[in-house]
Design a protein around this ligand. Sequence first.
Ligand code: ADP
Length: 534
Amino acid sequence: MIPAPLHPREDARLQALADAELLDTPPEAMFDDIVHLASYICGTPIALISLVDRERQWFKARTGIDGHESTRDVAFCAHAILDNGLFEVQDAHTDPRFADNPFVTGAPFVRFYAGVPLTVGDDALPIGTLCALDRRPRRLTPEQTEAMQALARQVVRNIEVRKAALRTKALNDELQRAAAALGTSEARLQALLAANPDGMVRVARDGTVLDRKLSRDRAILPDAQHMIGQNVADCFPPRLARLFLQQLERALASDTVQTLELQETVDGRACDKELRIVASGPHEALALIRDVTERKLGERAKDAFVATVSHELRTPLTSIRGSLSLLEHGMVGPLPEEALEMVQISRTNAERLLLVINDILDLEKLSAGQIDLSLRPVDPPRVLASAAESIRGMAAQAGVEVVVGECPVGAPVLADEARVIQILNNLLSNAIKFSPRGSRVDLSVEAGSCGRLRFCVTDHGPGIAREHHARVFERFHQLDASDSRKRGGTGLGLAIVKSLVEEHGGVVGLDSAPGHGSKFWFELPCCRGGGERP
Ligand code: ADP
């Protein structure tokens, strides 16, 4: 017996066989019919659709024998798949390849074999055969040969149709599963939306309202029914719309949640609203709108209390500091060294306390809207120079150089000059505090967003991790509690900066990463024409 060599493209052929998804599947009528036809046309007792696997042949359809498979080395079909047309063995007894084959010497006592390869795919790889076998020697007539080849083509067509049907079914199953999953998550989303007391607006990048959900408290979005398809500029009050569009742009650019708070009069009552805007796609965002009137009332009461206490503390504290200073400078006679040291410590701490109180009072005035800005065209190079000059002493003491950069943008900003210097001073004193000795702090101006001018204070200090960027602008927020002792500070400076900048209609921001220094910036609106507030 001489086993057949492997097919020249055996790996690809086995892959094509696996892709056909036929091996070890139950019988199917469309293949059974063809083997019956082949047996009838050829007049043979046995006919098979045999698939030649790596080490076996497996019968997808069979008539005339009982087994499902045999080893590949004894398979006639392993020879037939190497042939292009019909592979015929007229008498196995006289063929040295098959004379001692166990199927020839034993059951089913094969003498005659005729097989046509089943070739699939663009590469026409033979995955098996359609074959007819007899127990006596013989040969097929030309008509029988032609019929076997036609039937083999039909088997291949059936395999392809079956595969397409399987693929469609798998796709359908997947679609059904996805639809079911979508239904569940949609239902969950609807439940969440219904449970959420907030109002919601989905907006496109240009501010067009795509969708909205009324809150349980209708006061939050009074005209919500008419909003879809409109721009927020046309359906929100002007100040809210302006701030909303600004924050929308920032939320989409930075992929962070932007928060906005404002007060409105609804049905004659003051209503505080909080908007949280978050990107919900590359070109759209979701704004959650919540009534925070009660919370704000509480906060205002607390702020007013703190302000009153601070105010009441300031006068006696100023006088304590003055008296300590007089004592320290020997106005009432020289002090013993130990007493002098005590007086100095008391005076420094009184000064720190005064600093905190002044910051608290400043912030209180800002949040109560009691700070009157005197808006005038302000020349950027002039404020940069003034701010640098006023901080020179602190910089020299810290061994830090403050460098004022070129001012490439000429347009003046519409601002309160003293407040801009206060903002710059706060940022500069932080930058100097956090800078290593011998390093520099840069003060510069560049073009900002929405036609605004951006003022930047850049240092080479420790930098701030991204997750703290928004929080450093909150009241009393210090990244490292020991900083206030080491470097001094109240944790209110940046909160004041933010309030002052926003009072100007501007925005604040921070670019920083640990180990790469910090760049604090704020943007102020440029003057338009006559210098009125934009
Ligand atoms: P403080 O008076 O404590 O400086 P701020 O509100 O000005 O309060 O700053 C809040 C916190 O932000 C600081 O305590 C510090 O942790 C961090 N911070 C501010 N500026 C810088 C900076 N330039 N480099 C590193 N950290 C800074």
